[in-house]
Design a protein. Structure first.
Ligand code: NAD
Length: 247
């Protein structure tokens, strides 16, 4: 068990990549603090996490873009388990549109939910992690944050920002034995990509070296590595999980 009795806080844990990460951590014996905007999603993750072997599971409802709600999640986690060993910032959205017509609201929503959220959670967890003199922060970025994408200026900026935030967090907190790394997934099969038209998905597959979309589990496997002692000397990095799409 690579994460036995480690306390892991996972945002966006209700479905998709966040749920897969929570379940992979559960299999490795982690105590889970699961957070999502939708509590009805979390009850499913909780049931599956218990089956997978998580010793304890705490559910928290919060909008990751709201500082007071984020602080409350971290407070409840600390009141319950007295430490936070691993923070995984997963919650995210898309609001795609061409630059020339993108509304200011769509820009702000994506930047707040995808990027400000990671700042808020990292800030709130930094103090307990500094006291513990250990911690691992994992930010779920995207290949779009590295390569950019037409119609996704807001999303690309949020994910590129997340990679920069990860490097700054790593530089600032390394002396306290806190590591920060990002994962940049390519196209992963979740509700987020379900909304893409099937012909576009087929075209996408052609461009992917391994000729398939990724599974949430493909991302979760890397998250387990980055959360565990197996990556004790890895910090400030972005690991691309895209089946060879962008090389
Ligand atoms: P998803 O839509 O299936 O899941 C996102 C989760 O985040 C949901 O449970 C949702 O309720 C939660 N969420 C959304 N807004 C929230 C808010 N304001 N506060 C709290 N929770 C909120 O998406 P997914 O595909 O699993 O994506 C998860 C992360 O991975 C996102 O950050 C996404 O940008 C990133 N990502 C996904 C892909 C992909 O191909 N699916 C690729 C690269 C990166």
């Amino acid at each position: 068990m690579m994460l036995k009795d480690k306390v892991a806080l996972v945002t966006g844990a209700g479905r998709g990549i966040g749920q897969a990460i929570a379940l992979a951590f559960a299999k490795e014996g982690a105590i889970l603090v699961l957070s999502d905007l939708k509590t009805e999603f979390l009850t499913e993750t909780e049931a599956l996490a218990k089956q997978a072997g998580s010793p304890k599971c705490l559910l928290t409802q919060a909008n990751v873009a709201n500082g007071d709600e984020v602080d409350q999640v971290v407070k409840i986690a600390l009141d319950t388990f007295e430490r936070i060993d691993i923070l995984v910032n997963v919650a995210g959205i898309t609001k795609d549109g061409l630059l020339a017509t993108m509304s200011e609201q769509d820009w702000d929503d994506v930047l707040s939910i995808n990027l400000k959220s990671a700042f808020l959670f990292t800030k709130a967890c930094a103090r307990p992690m500094m006291k513990q003199r250990s911690g691992a922060v994992i930010n779920i970025a995207s290949i779009i944050g590295i390569a950019g994408n037409a119609g996704q200026a807001n999303y690309a900026a949020s994910k590129g920002g997340m990679i920069a935030l990860t490097k700054s967090t790593a530089k600032e907190l390394a002396k306290r034995n806190i590591r920060a790394n990002a994962i940049a997934p390519g196209f992963i099969k979740t509700k987020m990509t379900d909304k893409l038209p099937p012909d576009l998905v087929e075209k996408m597959k052609e461009q992917i070296g391994l000729k398939r979309l990724g599974e949430p589990q493909d991302v979760a496997n890397v998250a387990v590595f980055l959360a565990s002692e197996a990556s004790a000397y890895v910090t400030g990095q972005t690991i691309v999980v895209d089946g060879g799409l962008v090389l």
